[in-house]
Design a protein around this ligand. Structure first.
Ligand code: GLN
Length: 471
């Protein structure tokens, strides 16, 4: 049903009057309805999407329109949109409506994108499978018995099932790249600070990044350029130069041996080896060392749970969100509202985070993990003195079965083994589809770059799209 390859082509069709945006949005709405079983959306904005389609169609006719005119985008339900529900897939925010719009979403709207709805995710973006949503698990459209990955699983599933042109997710430890890998999409986690977090519900504030899922490498830089920029409402945001067409002939790629050790699925390993041998003809490829990345998962789960325990203290049943009927006194109101409102994984993380921050354990866990974060950063700084990009798998396995890991949080956490380092260090990273395994499940290849070098990630993604993976 999608008649265009990318947004450039779509815009040409719209400009030439060969495609009606209204019909196109209607078609997406029909498909969303027909694919309800995937459970990708928490909310569909049927009326608003049709209204903006008409307005944008007129703008295109008049010749004055935004950079993303007519691009139909789905937004992860952790980002605020004024007067729309914001649940973070949690019961505690079931009836909450946002009072303002997140900067990232506003920028998409300003450039004439059509916002079609809000997608499911793991509760408060905590998870790797999208099974932690209070509104039920999301299914992987490629194999509905499997997870789409998480936590931005709804955004990935929506795009993989052709329910939108692109989607927005958030990545604290891999939540854009891992679901992109599981559903055969490109997913980009930008440099920390490149995209304003204003209006994003915080999970771990020093890790959280907002970024796009796309089906092709030409939509990706367009969306990134719109999302990027300094915002006075987020003091960690920073202005950055736009994505440029990078000359790839001089790009040097490092392969860290630590990322290809035990635990990596053999089919993923051999597919990546194949890709490396093709890349070797065009790029200089060298082996590098990232010796301290083995501590990434431990440091990540100490620091993010610590930040989460603090960030989530605001859900107290008083200011907003679910309020328990059991409220004999204030303490009881807090306890019962939070006990009823939060799901198991969120509770587990609040407890872990409170523990690592507690007076007796702060030095042993939190402070130690901060030091480890710095040491891992040093590893990457050394590596980027030698190479432009670092290549690794995105995930240790392809998409697993729904329910397969729900009783074993540790094995679920190990899914993030290759993705968490980029968030600990704040660097950008991309997952690119490089074919399927013997079960026909997509395999993702990750590249990491130095801060603000998204252009190099997009350049290598274009190269792979054009030269290696013919669909
Ligand atoms: N899977 C990781 C976690 O559970 C990453 C989540 C994310 O990036 N939001 O924390």
């Amino acid at each position: 049903m999608v008649l265009y390859r990318d947004h450039d082509e779509k815009l040409d069709l719209l400009k030439a009057g060969k495609l009606s945006l209204l019909e196109n949005v209607k078609e997406f709405l029909k498909r969303i309805d027909a694919n309800k079983d995937i459970n990708a959306f928490n909310f569909v904005f049927e009326k608003d999407a049709l209204e903006s389609a008409e307005i944008i169609q007129e703008k295109i006719k008049s010749g004055k329109f935004g950079k993303l005119a007519g691009m139909v985008i789905a937004i992860k339900d952790v980002l605020s949109i004024q007067n729309k529900p914001l649940t973070c897939s949690s019961k505690i925010l079931e009836n909450f409506h946002s009072v303002y719009t997140a900067t990232a979403v506003q920028k998409l709207i300003n450039e004439d994108a059509v916002i079609i709805g809000k997608t499911s995710c793991d509760e408060f973006a905590m998870g790797s499978s999208n099974e932690n949503s209070a509104f039920g698990p999301v299914k992987n459209p490629i194999d509905k018995t499997r997870v789409p990955g998480g936590s931005s699983g709804g955004s990935a599933a929506a795009l993989a099932a052709n329910l939108c042109d692109a989607s927005i997710g958030t990545d604290t430890g891999g939540s854009i790249r891992q679901p992109a890998a599981f559903t055969g999409l490109i997913g980009l986690k930008p440099t920390y600070g490149r995209v304003s977090r204003f209006g994003l519900t915080a999970y771990a504030s020093s890790f959280d990044s907002i970024g796009p899922f796309a089906k092709n490498s030409s939509d990706l830089p367009k969306i990134m350029d719109v999302l990027s920029g300094q915002d006075l409402n987020d003091s960690t945001s920073i202005s950055s130069s736009s994505i440029i067409d990078e000359d790839i002939s001089k790009i040097k790629i490092g392969v860290p041996k630590e990322f290809f050790a035990a635990g990596l699925d053999t089919e993923i390993k051999s597919r990546i080896d194949q890709i490396i041998s093709i890349l070797e003809k065009n790029f200089e490829i060298v082996e590098i060392e990232l010796p301290n990345t083995k501590y990434s998962i431990a440091a990540y789960y100490i620091l993010t749970t610590a930040e989460a325990s603090s960030n989530l203290s605001r859900y107290d049943g008083v200011r907003y969100g679910h309020r328990s009927k059991s409220n004999i006194n204030l303490q009881d109101l807090y306890e019962s509202s939070r006990s009823e409102g939060f799901g198991d994984e969120v509770k587990r993380r609040i407890m872990l985070g409170t523990y690592v921050l507690s007076a007796g354990y702060y030095d042993a866990y939190y402070r130690k993990a901060q030091k480890v974060r710095r040491i891992i950063k040093n590893d990457f700084e050394k590596a980027f003195d030698k190479v432009d990009l670092i290549l690794s798998p995105t995930t240790p396995t392809t998409a697993f079965k729904i329910g397969e890991k729900t009783d074993d949080p540790l094995s679920m956490y190990l899914n993030d083994i290759y993705t968490t380092p980029a968030n600990l260090v704040g660097i950008p990273a991309i997952s690119i589809p490089i074919g399927n395994d013997s079960n026909n499940l997509p395999i993702g290849l990750q590249f990491m770059a130095n801060i603000f070098e998204e252009s190099k990630l997009i350049a290598v993604s274009k190269f792979i799209e054009n030269n290696l993976v013919k669909k």
